[in-house]
Design a protein around this ligand. Sequence first.
Ligand code: MN
Length: 440
Amino acid sequence: MATLLNSTHDPNRLSWVESANDSEGDFPLQNLPFGVYQTSGTETARIGVAIGDQVFDLAGASSDGLIPDEVRRACCQPSLNALMALGPTNWTALRARLSELLGADTCPPGPLRDAVWRRLSTQTAVRMLVPARVENFTDFYASSFHAATVGSMFRPDSPLLPNYKWVPIGYHGRASSIIMSGTPVRRPLGQLKLPDQPAPVFCPTRSLDYELELAAYIGPGNPLGSPIPVARAREHLFGVSLLNDWSARDIQSWEYQPLGPFLAKNFATSVSPWVVTLAALEPFRAPALSRPAGDPAPLPHLADPGDQADGGLDVVLETLLLTSRMRAAGESAHRLSQGNFSAMYWTLAQMVAHHTSNGCNLRPGDVLGSGTVSGPEPASSGCLLELTRGGTRPLTLPNGETRAFLQDGDEVILRGFAQKPGFRRIGLGECRGLIQPAGA
Ligand code: MN
């Protein structure tokens, strides 16, 4: 069920919140992403909507009677789960109302605008929290370019395993270590096996990496035993944020057989604060990746003409690195890669359909990581494992420093945005993480 384009997407509409009208900004009137925040000196978590450099307090707006009745209770919760559970009809009603309240044309100077203005806070003055109570986190592996490049390092003759083009590959991750952007990431210790040593050692990882991904937040979800067909998956996708699936490659390569990643990835997963709704991304829908000649068609339960037509997302994703030396010198972060989510082999809807195809139940607020977003060009590779060919070809940064993998003091910054002629550019904001030295 597609959300049709409506006045909330109209590129000519401006907000009376001036900072939202910057054409390069992430949060114009057409975006309206949701997050959860605390104001200084309070413990109360509340739902907010980003508009320009401000956040609009939905709990306060609800108590002022500004929010539609059917979503008011959900807007007063300390997480987005209840709102996610409500489903597309209610999401659409709330988005329309927010667009009306924050639009310059629909909310002229007067008492209503004053009431909204009183519920704005500057984003830099609030503390953002993980936006949902995430009970389950699944990480997919949906870029065939990432899978093939990584596979080629281990299996030059058959980079993609035979199941790849049939099954959206994924593993169950760890929800408890999902952290908000800006939370430092401590270098993990782990067991790793050096090639020239007869036995493994336990020590800080030597090959700490990031993975550039999107997080998809699940909406209503499904009862146990009732699969979600691919054609209905959109009703269960609330929105997306940036996700960094931090990975210790040396720990990973020693532990991953036969059951897949475990401690190499569950020490931290960073998410960006703002969940950009699928409704906001509607203008940036794109055809699903057309499969190379000779690839099998998806099995019927993963195939839907509508999903093939516009189940992809034309979202630009990039990674930047700021080393401690660059920071000390006042230099700006260096872009390591830029790719596009439309290059993914599997769509978000196919991931939802596959995940539930055995009857497994998805719950409101569950996170599906897309897997590392890499495209066909080397410059679009979404992790250092690919960019440095497993650390064998270190990158040289503009200041002469080199990196095979991340060093202590490095900060990784993920960014994402969507832009297209005829529409307002919208952004995902940032997902940041600074590497701290391993603990004792
Ligand atoms: Mn991953």
